[in-house]
Unconditional design. Structure first.
Lengths: 133, 374
């Protein structure tokens, strides 16, 4: 079962994403703090990380940067409420693999998740051998 | 005092240009001032010369202009600094509001689409998802109301409809409504609310909002000890509503700050700043001020917080039924900017409106009453 780590400080959204992704057959790891997210990303080796950009304390952008600096190559989907399409075009989030703007729906979320997990879900040998690092 | 609204409208560029212009003027004046003083000292040192009236006046004139330019320059510098600060505060506020508005919208869209496109959901799942959508729509409404209230307060368009009544059912209902949300988050809410308390004059919606804000505040700042107590009682012509938590508390030196708009408490243990926009307690303070009451805060670092709303009990000094003309005379005597109009087509309903300045802001209070219009 593919593991997805969600780092989101809003409890209700965290629950919501957990319920929906679990229902879609993923194993969900969750935390509401950036520091714990960093730790879990390294320790649990998830196949995908969904990260809120504006976490209190250490922000999602910092978590993203820190993970890349540590050599973690797990695909990261960044969620943000304030950034616009312009930010995506101008590459404001170079460390993230994909970006999803709030508010988003079930279809957009799953499309984004499946796109990032495409290789692993199709059993790509490279993904199988070292899916998270 | 500069208000948030004024800063919002002011342009930092204009302030900066004015500041630079005054700095140039000040330097020029400083040059002439030095020249005048040098001339004057030369005259004083030369025993053969005496300072003429013209030379004394020039020196005094340049000194006065120099002092004026320094004062205006200092004022502009302070203003520019305040502008920069307020721009940052406003930006943070907009980011927080934007995030908080879009989060419930995301949940509504997520679950709405799930209900729409997932044909194989069980009845229980459908009910759960529908409940989440309803709860998030309430959350969204609450947040929009808070932001609109701030806007109304800044524009002095915030009105309260004060009516005489018993606070007990209003407090109980507000606690019950928000209590559901608290219970879901693992909080225990202990209540001590009697069936009746002496009548006070209040706006039911505003009081509910104040209690909800206090409960929300307690939830937000109680990461570990999830226990909240709500009490209602009367004593010495006052009715008290108290919300107590055992959370991170507020350092004593910051107790006054928490009622300011956009202010948020930093956790003392260096933990992350709580999500929020710093409006809740400010609105509670405004509501209590409009009710002729006040808000008392007792707290300490890591010792939890106790917020107490104090309502004055109604004193029946005004005879009832009373006439509109006698009330108009009373209003004139109070000397504040009161106005009164009869509403309800002669049914005896009166609307009172009062606007005044508080801390440099315009504020408004409105209350309605029923009287025998004679």
């Amino acid at each position: 079962m593919l593991k997805i780590l969600i780092v989101e400080d809003d409890d209700e959204l965290l629950n919501g994403l957990d319920i929906i992704l679990t229902k879609e057959g993923y194993r969900v790891l969750r935390t509401s703090q950036g520091e714990a997210g960093l730790d879990m990303a390294v320790r649990e080796k998830p196949h995908l990380i969904i990260l809120d950009a504006s976490l209190p304390g250490i922000s999602g952008l910092d978590v993203c940067r820190e993970l890349r600096e540590q050599g973690v190559r797990t695909p990261i989907i960044l969620m943000s409420a304030k950034a616009e399409a312009m930010d995506r075009r101008t590459g404001s989030y170079p460390d993230a693999n994909a970006y999803i703007a709030k508010p988003f729906g079930w279809r957009e979320l799953l499309t984004c998740v499946r796109t990032q997990l495409h290789d692993i879900e199709r059993g790509h040998p490279r993904a199988k051998s070292n899916p998270s690092l | 005092m500069t208000t948030w609204r004024q800063n919002y409208r002011s342009s930092p560029k204009i302030t900066l240009i004015l500041l630079l212009a005054f700095e140039g003027l000040t330097l020029t004046l400083f040059y002439f001032e030095v020249q005048s003083i040098r001339d004057f000292v030369t005259i004083l040192n030369d025993s053969h010369k005496t300072a003429s009236l013209h030379e004394v006046l020039v020196l005094i004139g340049f000194t006065a202009l120099f002092v004026c330019a320094l004062t205006v320059g200092g004022f502009l510098l302070v203003r520019a600094f305040q502008d920069l600060q307020m721009r940052q505060v406003r930006e943070d506020f907009m980011n927080a509001v934007s995030h908080d508005l879009k989060t419930p919208l995301t949940l509504m869209q997520l679950y709405g689409e799930t209900l729409l496109y997932h044909g194989d959901l069980s009845e229980e799942d459908r009910r759960t998802y529908s409940h989440i959508i309803v709860r998030q729509s309430k959350r969204l409404t609450y947040l929009i109301d808070q932001v609109l209230d701030l806007s109304r307060i800044e524009k002095a368009h915030k009105w309260y409809c004060l009516q005489e009544g018993d606070l007990a059912p209003v407090v109980a209902q507000a606690v019950e409504d928000y209590g559901q949300h608290l219970l879901q988050q693992g909080f225990s809410v202990k209540t001590d609310i009697p069936h009746h308390v002496p009548h006070v004059r209040f706006d039911g919606n505003a009081v509910s909002q104040a209690i909800t804000n206090l409960l929300d505040n307690a939830r937000k700042y109680s990461p570990d000890s999830k226990s909240i107590a709500v009490r209602l009682w009367s004593e010495d012509d006052q009715v008290f509503v108290e919300v107590e938590d055992h959370g991170i508390g507020i350092p004593k030196e910051l107790l006054k700050e928490v009622l300011q708009p956009f202010y948020r408490v930093n956790p003392s243990n260096g933990g992350p700043m709580r999500r929020g926009h710093g409006l809740g307690l400010f609105l509670v303070g405004h509501i209590m001020h409009a009710h002729g009451g006040n808000i008392e805060v007792k707290s300490g670092r890591e010792r939890g917080s106790r917020f107490r709303l104090v309502f004055p009990v109604m004193k029946r000094s005004v005879p009832s039924p009373f006439s509109i003309s006698s009330l108009q005379n009373r209003l004139r005597k109070w000397g504040d900017s009161w106005s009164m109009k009869e509403t309800g087509g002669g049914s005896g309903s009166l609307a009172f409106r009062r606007s005044h300045q508080e801390n440099g802001r315009s504020a408004g209070v409105k209350f309605a009453s029923r009287a025998s219009a004679r």
